[in-house]
Design a protein around this ligand. Sequence first.
Ligand SMILES: [Zn+2]
Length: 374
Amino acid sequence: MPFSDFHGNAETVHRLREMLARDRFPHAVILTGARGSGKYTLAQMVAKAMNCLNRPDPNSLFGAAPSEELPDFCGKCSNCIRIAEADDLEARFDEAVEARENLRETDKKETRILVQTFPDVLIIPPDPPQMMIKVDQVRHVIHSIYYRPSEGSHKVYIFTDSAFMKESANALLKILEEPPEFATIFLLAENATSMLPTIRSRCITMHLSPLPLAEIEQDLSHRPEWNAKQRQLIARLCGGALGRARGFDLNAYLAARADALTVIKTAMESNDHSSLFKATETYRAGAEGKAKTDALISAIYILLEDLLFLRSNAADMIRNVDIEPELRKIAQDATFEWIANAADRISEVQSGMRRNLLRSLSLDSLALSLEKPR
Ligand SMILES: [Zn+2]
């Protein structure tokens, strides 16, 4: 039973299935939850259940538990299979971006990234390079949403991010004012507050909570390449988001953390930033270098938080559990004020990086944020 493949948040899944059973599914649903919490997976499951050609018959489940009498999807019919081709969103997204890269310059400008593997399900990811939902993407939705489903029975639109440009949010609002009865729009967001209040008031909002860490560790136990300590580390770093944990790049994190530790230790000894610049000099330019710089800054931030937990006698809160003894030693040598101040300023640098400020500028402010007060 495919809905049973979804881990955790049983109540939310149950509510969605009850709404499917009543055949009066809301026209617009905001699904909130941390990155990797399963928002997209769940929206895809609903899209399949709405369009499955042989929804499992509840009556055939003799002695089934009540939850199993709710609508489900087979995962095997041609509709389920075609919708599932977009389950790996990252791969489809990369293909769409590459296809656009190969277009003529004039067509490139007019082409927006959309993912569609089944005629009645359309996925709208943020459009690069700005990684925002653009007005032309929403216009595409407006043009198609009022036509009845062609091969399925219900149209589904999944906006995978809440980063709407102002114009696109207004265009979306127009659809939400008068949605057709045969379509549902999913808006996926880390926080509902990132959506305009006028949009929120026209949607029902559902939340996916983080899973208990023990459950994530259990799920990762079939990965032989990770030992128990590493599974514990990954579960904590991913904050209860199963999708993130499953796709976690441990080697990249450990490399960033090794650099981060060097940077912190050097900064504690003196206001000397050579180790920071030496570490980042080896990062290549372009997207790869930016990803590595982001990872370094994030690793420094997590380490500083762990140091604060240790200084506050809250060792059970730390995430880098595998190097706790080393962290304890560093925590002893640093003052609470220095760590707290550095962590504050690094979170400012992080939001600067998110707004795409110059990398060199970010590194300079990173260096400053680690300086001790004179
Ligand atoms: Zn099916």
